[in-house]
Design a protein. Structure first.
Length: 140
């Protein structure tokens, strides 16, 4: 295992955040999950009381899962290893919990997300396809 000086890690963190536009936390989480295939991740999405939309906590958790499992980050973490839940943190956050092999996650005040109802929303959706003009039949 290699160790780096804190100043180097700080510079690396800044570069990753600027150049790759990803959170260093997600990067380190993905590295941990890639190096230990038995480890699981629980993402708990939270919502501030001032936010009006009902499912924002669930959307935060599901979007984080999509990001780590195949989204823009291209980390390719198996989605079956990531559990998404909602919490009552009262802030606009998502909390990430590493669950070692054989352990279970049990946090009071969280509930599983129904992923058949809450779908990930990409940060950069694909541009709508251009419409092709259909040739009108010639009048005879």
């Amino acid at each position: 295992m290699r160790f780096f000086c804190p100043a180097f890690l700080e510079i690396l963190q800044r570069l990753l955040q600027i150049l790759l536009n990803i959170s260093i936390d997600c990067f380190l989480l993905a590295q941990r999950l890639q190096h230990d295939p038995e480890t699981k991740l629980v993402i708990v999405g939270n919502q501030a009381p001032t936010e009006k939309r009902r499912n924002l906590a669930a959307e935060r958790a599901v979007n984080s899962k999509a990001y780590l499992s195949g989204g823009e980050a291209k980390q390719a973490i198996d989605p079956s290893r990531i559990e998404v839940r909602t919490g009552n943190g009262g802030a606009k956050t998502a909390d990430y919990w590493i669950v070692p092999a054989g352990a279970t996650f049990s946090a009071e005040g969280t509930a599983p997300v129904n992923e058949s109802r809450i779908k990930p929303i990409p940060d950069h959706p694909a541009a709508p396809a251009a419409r092709k003009k259909v040739a009108k039949p010639k009048a005879q």
